[in-house]
Design a protein around this ligand. Structure first.
Ligand SMILES: [Zn+2]
Length: 172
């Protein structure tokens, strides 16, 4: 999921950015030709949640690109300054209307050359009606032994759900 933007101008003073190798063994950095601000291209953090509800888990069919029509678990970008757990709760409520309680961290998933790093939690349902949010065609509950593996949206969705199933001892 590369965003594909090329940054050309310094966000501080507006002068040209120049690609420079500042340290051996680290990637080249974008450095301002005037004020020397270093424009670090950090990962974007995504908080995702496997929500348990009566032995089933919540899956959402994406209504937006990328991977429109494919299945994911609730999740989204963490805002700067936002507590990561709080982002998980907020995104779950926005995308499918329910409240949750985080039980544990499942894992952190990241891949070479990609912008996002994904934190996956396991949570339990605590209240609210499961509804389709703005970015969702359909919200549904599935048994972990019938996850639609061929129709999952992202590599991280697949990897996290596999880890979840082995953690729970679910046979496919
Ligand atoms: Zn500058």
């Amino acid at each position: 999921m590369h965003h594909g933007y090329t940054f050309r101008f310094c966000p501080v003073c507006g002068a040209k950015l120049i690609s420079s190798t500042l340290k051996e063994f680290e990637p080249a950095r974008l450095v301002c030709s005037q004020c020397h601000f270093i424009f670090y291209l950090d990962p974007k953090l995504v908080a995702c949640v496997i929500v348990e509800m009566n032995g089933k888990i919540v899956l959402l069919k994406r209504a937006i690109e990328p991977q429109k029509g494919k299945w994911v678990v609730p999740g989204g970008y963490v805002d700067r300054g936002e507590v990561v757990d709080a982002a998980a709760l907020r995104e779950t409520r926005e995308e499918c209307g329910i409240d949750i309680r985080i039980k544990r961290l499942l894992g952190v998933y990241s891949y070479p050359g990609t912008v996002e790093a994904m934190v996956f939690y396991i949570a339990e349902y605590t209240g609210g009606d499961l509804v389709n949010g703005d970015e969702v065609f359909e919200a549904k509950l599935v048994e972990p032994n019938v996850i639609p593996w061929e129709d999952l949206a992202f590599q991280s969705t697949t990897d996290a759900l596999k880890d979840y199933c082995s953690f729970r001892g679910v046979k496919q």
